[in-house]
Design a protein around this ligand. Structure first.
Ligand SMILES: NC(=O)c1ccc[n+]([C@@H]2O[C@H](COP(=O)([O-])OP(=O)(O)OC[C@H]3O[C@@H](n4cnc5c(N)ncnc54)[C@H](OP(=O)(O)O)[C@@H]3O)[C@@H](O)[C@H]2O)c1
Length: 205
């Protein structure tokens, strides 16, 4: 390609090699001026860090972690992006597969696999999530969709959310996930799912 549609920083630089955000942004703006990139994004940033980006030039997109099981950005990053016209590309919207309902109680992950570090994957917490998902089978039937598609449709319906970045290792899964883009949930379903996830509370440590 001659030009990248979107160029995003992954994580903010940290000491001892911390590059000031202003320097990073100057570099990104230079790439934009050269026509090598069309849009600038930053992943895993706070509102204060986005302020720093925006003090140098236009920030087009933000890429935070967000799923039904991790709603933390609703408190600050989502409204901030909405206010400043910044697109939000949410990563891990299926909570690394847990929200498809297809990671059963007996699934074990290899040593070093990131999922071992996510509290929701621990057996007692996982059982609670699977129970919640099971309660949405009627919604899946009504919408003729899978649990994963239901969850993705809920995710992109949230105010301020632009895109759900869904990971997949299988073609069939990628096609299934992409088809969720056609699914629209009504307010009753959206509210019910939020209420259920709020009732689930936090994962036990
Ligand atoms: N900016 C960042 O710091 C950051 C961090 C993480 C990810 N990301 C980006 O976000 C994207 C998505 O995040 P993610 O991969 O962490 O999480 P995700 O989309 O929540 O989960 C992806 C995993 O879910 C499972 N899955 C996906 N579709 C499925 C289906 N239809 N049925 C059953 N299982 C399914 C697969 O697990 P199996 O592997 O078990 O098949 C897949 O690896 C990544 O590709 C990456 O580009 C960015």
């Amino acid at each position: 390609m001659d030009c990248l549609d979107l160029y995003q920083t992954h994580w903010p630089a940290v000491p001892p090699e911390a590059t000031p955000i202003a320097d990073t942004m100057e570099c990104l703006l230079d790439l934009k001026r050269q026509g090598k990139i069309r849009a600038i994004g930053a992943s895993n940033v706070t509102c204060a860090q986005m302020d720093e980006y925006r003090s140098v030039g236009g920030l087009d997109a933000c890429q935070p972690r967000y799923s039904l099981l991790d709603l933390r950005i609703e408190a600050d990053v989502l409204p901030y992006c909405h206010r400043h016209g910044i697109a939000v590309l949410a990563y891990s919207p299926l909570e690394q597969g847990l929200l498809t309902g297809r990671i059963g109680m007996d699934r074990r992950f290899a040593r070093g696999e990131f999922r071992n570090t996510i509290p929701w994957f621990r057996p007692s917490n996982r059982a609670r999530v699977l129970g919640m998902l099971d309660g949405w089978r009627d919604l899946c039937e009504a919408h003729r969709c899978t649990l994963g598609q239901l969850v993705l449709a809920w995710t992109v319906a949230q105010s301020g959310l632009t895109v759900a970045l869904v990971g997949a290792r299988k073609v069939a899964h990628a096609l299934e996930n992409a088809a969720a883009g056609d699914l629209r949930l009504d307010d009753v379903a959206l509210t019910r799912m939020r209420r259920d996830v709020e009732a689930l509370g936090e994962p036990a440590e």
